[in-house]
Design a protein around this ligand. Structure first.
Ligand SMILES: NC(=O)c1ccc[n+]([C@@H]2O[C@H](COP(=O)([O-])OP(=O)(O)OC[C@H]3O[C@@H](n4cnc5c(N)ncnc54)[C@H](O)[C@@H]3O)[C@@H](O)[C@H]2O)c1
Ligand SMILES: [Zn+2]
Length: 697
């Protein structure tokens, strides 16, 4: 090597090592659809190689991964020579990178005297779809060939597979005059997340391989030797580019123009999400906006792509080795990373639910350092075949709890150990209660109820939380100590705590002890709905608690104390009369109050002076002050159903129509009341109208 004399030997050998390693990952990822590391890790290797090559350009060789695209086609497919190469994109990871790109573009265009007066270049912005690139060749309007990108020069012939994708037209739309002789359309084949999840679930029932992400699943599904398999996989396609076009004059003069043209020819184009912008501010605004909406899309994107819109300028700006100069991929922070699974621990929830949690070697992903990730439940662990000691792919998308996606099987050490849920409660040493898993449920539970210290702690944290009794100052550590020492067994004991004894606890000063006792004092008069929520009845969230408090309290003319008694005695049938309380919730409430222990807690709370209060007057509810009259037969709801919903939203139901009536709700065979309403000019709703009104409260 000519530069070897001026290059330190260790740099040369690091470069060689990087090229070998990257080459291996390219093959695993592009050819086998079976990556060994997360993209972010791969990108770091690539960045390191690029940096070294920039510092030592004499070491750059044409076969370096920085100079080439993808990897060679898989044996088994016929190969297709691309008439025009299929390139990759240059990447940007920061605003500075984007600013430098815009400057490069504007400078070149300015020199050519083509920059608009305001100095802002037109760019076309697109989502960077996370799938795989394909080229579709239409001759005289008919789809004749489809190929993968491969190494950019030679791809795989996947014509039969592409023909099974419903959104891809086999014949272009439009009159003979408008359809070009030859059109190579380039775009991305991808899989929607919901289809990916369904596929993985099906794969699991058939005991077949799990895909790590939708991109991987799309690639694996498209590159099948048997098109029948591809057909079952619900692949999608969006066009964003082109190859050969004949006659050349058929091609519009801007990128946006080409996409409109492709759309008119019947090809799927991601129109809603693409946009023309001006200059750097436009690029950055598009990036920010797309980053916000990213998690709401039905498919994965890993960034956005900026392209100079004017095709004449594109031609002028030209190409570098493996990518166009006129385009840039601006990546989002990676959502996936690989790290080591150190251990699996179990967390016990308030209702006894046992969740296995992965302890991880700390890893930076989705913008934060992650040390724990959920493994959901035992079946998931078995399905994914995750073992302690594995290298695993961890995902943190948006604000979602980080999760372990999959192990990297190729990197599994011999010492890796499989994990099973233990038979007795694994968290609470005193509890030792059996674990149960109900028929058809994925979640295992400790049956210890409030005997289980772990559940008791969770229950107290929940009861003290802001939306329940809002007891400020009852921290995690203190709850642990109070429970472990046996000072607090249930909610009742909280109300007997004294400042003097609290002050003796670790990290509790006199002042914070007094503050805590004051907060507890304030919690002695909770509104009924908060008290119900604080009890931690399974399936009774804030809203249900409010509905219950309302239905059994004011709506039934009861005091809060009487209401709670009534709820305790209520049958499942009584309970399901409350709007939005279905059989599952009703059964759960019944089950809770059938436990003598829980009834004792209620009695205990009363005896230590807890006095539930009326919930805020339903004036705050949307239909407060409105009177309804029901008449006729409604299509789905019984009249009682409708009445309950109205009352729960704060409205009143009356028997006769007057000028004071706000609405008449009329079903079939409504008689004199409807006539009266028309006479008096009272608005009339049908069931749908009533539902819409309720929904908007
Ligand atoms: N994990 C691994 O082992 C491993 C190995 C190799 C590559 N990779 C990953 O693959 C990527 C590199 O591969 P690459 O060369 O395909 O580059 P790339 O995916 O970063 O960019 C080029 C590709 O973007 C796609 N694309 C999506 N939307 C587009 C749009 N609107 N316009 C144009 N193109 C669009 C096209 O498929 C195009 O080929 C990196 O993300 C890298 O992390 C990972
Ligand atoms: Zn337990």
């Amino acid at each position: 090597m000519s530069g070897a004399s001026t290059t330190p030997v260790d740099v040369a050998s690091e470069i060689t090592a990087l090229r070998t390693e990257i080459g291996r990952h390219d093959y695993q990822y592009h050819t086998l659809d079976d990556p060994l590391i997360a993209d972010a890790d791969y990108d770091r290797l690539m960045q390191r190689l690029r940096d070294l090559e920039r510092a030592h350009p004499e070491l750059i060789v044409p076969e370096s991964p920085t100079q080439r695209v993808g990897a060679a086609p898989l044996d088994g497919f016929a190969s297709v020579e691309h008439r025009l190469p299929m390139l990759s994109l240059n990447n940007a990871f920061s605003e500075e990178d984007v600013a430098a790109f815009d400057k490069r573009m504007s400078d070149t265009v300015r020199e050519a005297g083509k920059l608009p007066e305001n100095g802002l270049l037109d760019y076309f912005c697109e989502q960077k779809l996370d799938g795989l690139a394909v080229s579709l060749r239409y001759e005289r309007g008919l789809l004749v060939q489809a190929a993968t990108r491969g190494d950019g020069q030679t791809g795989e012939d996947i014509t039969h597979n592409i023909r099974t994708i419903k959104v891809i037209p086999l014949r272009l739309q439009g009159d003979a005059g408008k359809v070009p002789d030859v059109l190579e359309v380039r775009g991305e084949v991808l899989m929607f997340r919901k289809d990916f999840e369904r596929l993985n679930a099906d794969q699991a029932t058939r005991r077949e391989k799990q895909f790590v992400n939708p991109r991987n699943a799309a690639a694996g599904s498209l590159r099948q030797l048997d098109p029948k398999i591809t057909e079952q996989r619900r692949l999608r396609f969006f066009a964003y580019g082109w190859g050969e076009v004949l006659p050349e004059s058929a091609l519009p003069v801007t990128h946006a123009g080409v996409l409109d043209w492709l759309h008119d020819l019947g090809l799927p184009v991601n129109r809603l999400c693409n946009r023309l912008v001006q200059g750097l501010p436009g690029l950055l605004a598009y990036y920010a906006e797309t980053g916000q909406t990213r998690t709401t899309l039905p498919y994965d994107i890993d960034g956005v792509v900026y392209k100079v819109n004017d095709l004449a300028l594109q031609r002028m700006l030209g190409y570098v080795a493996r990518a166009p100069r006129f385009a840039l991929a601006h990546k989002f922070p990676a959502e996936e990373a690989t790290t080591e699974l150190l251990d699996i621990e179990v967390q016990v929830g308030r209702t006894g639910a046992l969740t296995p949690v992965a302890r991880l070697r700390p890893v930076f992903v989705g913008g934060v350092t992650v040390t724990n990730a959920t493994l959901h439940n035992e079946d998931e662990i078995l399905r994914k075949d995750v073992r302690i000691g594995d290298t695993v792919i961890v995902r943190r998308a948006g604000d979602v709890i980080p999760e372990v996606v999959a192990p990297v099987l190729a990197l599994r050490p011999e010492t890796a150990v499989a994990w099973r849920m233990s038979e007795a409660c694994p968290v609470c040493p005193v509890c030792g209660s059996a674990i149960e898993r109900l028929e058809g449920e994925a979640i295992a539970r400790c049956t210890g109820g409030l005997i289980c210290g772990a559940q008791r702690k969770q229950m107290l944290w929940h009861a003290a939380s802001r939306k329940a009794l809002n007891i400020d100052g009852l921290g995690d550590k203190l709850v642990e100590q109070l429970v472990d020492e046996g000072r607090v067994h249930s909610l009742v004991d909280l109300f007997t705590l004294k400042a003097e004894e609290l002050a003796a606890y670790e990290r509790m000063g006199r002042k914070s002890a007094t503050n805590l006792v004051e907060a507890i004092e304030a919690a002695r008069k909770p509104v009924l709905s908060r008290l119900l929520f604080a009890l931690g009845i399974r399936h009774v969230g804030e809203t249900t608690a409010r509905d219950l408090a309302q239905a059994f309290g004011p709506a039934a003319g009861r005091t809060p104390e009487a209401a709670i008694q009534a709820i305790m005695e209520a049958s499942e049938e009584d309970l399901t009369r409350v709007p939005d309380v279905g059989p599952v919730v009703a059964a759960s409430i019944r089950h809770f109050f059938a436990e003598p222990h829980n009834r004792e807690v209620i009695a205990g709370l009363m005896s230590v002076g807890v006095e539930p209060q009326l919930d805020e007057a339903p004036a705050s509810l949307g239909l407060a002050g409105k009177t309804f009259v029901l008449t006729g037969t409604l299509p789905a709801w019984s009249r009682e159903d409708a009445a309950r919903h109205i009352v729960a939203a704060g409205g009143k139901v009356s028997g006769s129509v007057s000028r004071k009536t706000s609405y008449v709700v009329a079903g079939e065979e409504a008689g004199s009341k409807l006539e009266k309403a028309r006479e008096l000019g009272v608005p009339v709703l049908d069931e749908d109208g009533l539902r819409a009104l309720l929904d908007n409260q």
